[in-house]
Design a protein around this ligand. Structure first.
Ligand code: FAD
Length: 462
């Protein structure tokens, strides 16, 4: 193996640089999925785009593979290379907000928590994920869905521009006016096109107080609960968010009656962004439709909503996932979901299902590179999460079996690129469809012809 001179690299970088023997190396290479144990030759914690340029130059000169770490939430560990150079953006997490312009500028390594806390100081927010330590980098580049999808669309639908360090070291700003092809590709095409050092978002009024309604039914009520979701979720007010959870084990939390702790079942979580009265009106059909085992209805701060599920997906858990799109909770889909729901082993494994409705559907199919259609549908994610390898092995099979059984009923078996542990070429192509994939491949050929950025849901240069 060729030796590399880490000191030379260190002297050109303003942030810390970790070689394999340096203190802090193991912390720097650890990511959310505890199963990933990749060992880069060197990790560069960048403080700005100039550091990224230097790191890329060093990797090129030394023929090192490159990985880019935003928040480290990729299930397959795409952000940590084995043996190569890891560009760590976690120190680039500053967020600035201009409430008059309704804009927020966030460093490429910021987390949802960084973004939400800064924007909420002004009662503003942008669509993001439902776990607060997820990086906005990977999340936004793949699409970005969460509680605000029905009211504001995806994170990418609210992206105004991005500063990008390209494979050849150029630093460009991409927007509707500058490098519009690159800007299109960044909105859904993942980390294929360069290192985004800053995201500029349009932000909207949200909270700071919002409303939650959580309803939980037991396994026996599965078919009726899913039929109820089919009716009530699309009918929620336009400013309401929702998340369906199949095979969820009720958490041992204070708001769950003790006799139901860890009981598996079906949950519907509704987020209200209007008044308490509007929220009561929105959740009334749920209560009337099917009596839950328990419910929890409360006002809470928006940042509380954004972090309330954190404990269910803890840092260091062993994890695997697969996803696909479902047009609806048809009777056939309900049969498959209820047949497989009871077969998981780990209390942490479950199927979070995201409704893609409302504002999400008002964006044109080809306006962004998002993989999947803009017609109303559900993104059905199947996640195996455990604290030990043996349990993960069993629940990985549960995920695969469930996915196989749902596949014939799916409108897009490729699914959302951010929910792909196995991002083989067929799945990536299927997620985007041939038209979008070919356009992305042409843009890739222009901005990254050597496929430097390939540790992602990779698009091969045309
Ligand atoms: P990383 O592992 O750091 O990066 C993932 C990929 O993006 C890598 O290929 C990396 O190279 C690239 N990348 C990251 N940052 C940059 C950057 N600044 N410039 C260029 N490339 C970059 N998704 C949702 O839409 N909604 C959710 O609610 C949601 N919840 C999740 C909950 C958990 C517990 C987990 C593990 C994932 C969740 N996801 C969700 C999926 C998430 O969007 C993806 O895992 C995403 O890739 C995470 O981004 P990251 O920056 O944290 O990951």
């Amino acid at each position: 193996m060729r030796t590399i001179d880490v000191e030379v690299l260190r002297s050109s970088i303003t942030g810390p640089v970790f070689g394999r023997d340096d203190e802090g190396y193991d912390d720097a290479r650890s990511i959310w999925n505890g199963q990933i144990d990749h060992r880069p030759r060197v990790i560069v914690r960048c403080r700005g785009s100039a550091d990224v340029v230097q790191a890329l130059g060093f990797a090129r000169d030394n023929s090192l593979e490159v990985s880019v770490r935003g928040g480290g939430h990729s299930y397959r560990g795409a952000s940590v290379c084995e043996d190569g150079l890891m560009i760590d953006l976690s120190g680039l997490n500053e967020v600035k907000v201009d409430p008059n312009l309704r804009r927020a500028w966030a460093g490429g390594g910021a987390t949802m928590a960084n973004l939400d806390s800064a924007t909420q100081e002004h009662g503003l927010a942008v669509t993001g994920g439902v776990i607060s330590d997820t990086g906005i980098g990977g999340l936004t580049l793949g699409g970005g869905m969460g509680w605000l999808t029905r009211s504001l669309g995806l994170s990418i639908d609210n992206l105004a521009s991005a500063e990008v360090v390209l494979a050849d070291g150029r630093v460009v700003r991409a927007s509707e006016d500058d490098h519009p092809d690159l800007f299109w590709a960044l909105r859904g095409g993942g980390g294929n096109f360069g290192v985004v050092t800053e995201f500029e978002y349009r932000v909207s009024e949200v909270g700071p107080e919002v409303h939650l309604g959580l309803f939980f039914w037991g396994m026996d009520d599965g078919p009726d609960a899913l039929r109820l979701f089919r009716e009530v979720v699309p009918a929620l007010p336009g400013n309401g968010g929702a998340l369906v959870a199949v095979s969820l084990s009720a958490p041992p939390a204070p708001f769950v009656p003790e006799q139901f702790h860890l009981r598996p079942g079906y949950a519907l979580l509704v987020a209200g962004f209007g008044s308490a009265t509007e929220h009561e009106k929105a959740i009334a059909p749920i209560r009337e439709g099917l009596e839950p085992l328990f419910e929890f209805v409360t006002p809470l701060p928006y940042v509380g909503l954004q972090s309330m599920l954190d404990e269910s997906e803890p840092w260091g858990a062993y994890a695997y996932e697969k996803a696909l799109d479902l047009e609806d909770f048809s009777d056939e889909v309900i049969d498959v979901l209820t047949e497989h729901a009871g077969k998981k082993l780990s209390p942490m494994s479950f199927m979070p299902i995201f409704p893609m409705q409302g504002a999400f559907t008002s964006v044109g199919e080809d306006e962004t590179a998002f993989g999947g259609t803009r017609t109303p549908h559900y993104v059905c994610n199947m996640t195996a999460t455990a604290t030990d390898e043996g349990t993960l092995d069993l629940d990985r099979e549960w995920v695969r079996d469930t996915w196989e059984a749902l596949r014939p009923l799916s409108s897009n078996p490729g699914g959302y690129v951010n929910f792909m542990t196995d991002a083989d070429e067929d799945r990536v192509r299927s997620s985007y469809g041939p038209g979008k994939y070919d356009r992305l491949a042409r843009i890739k050929a222009e901005y990254d012809p050597g496929n430097v950025f390939h540790l992602n849901a990779n698009i091969k240069p045309a």
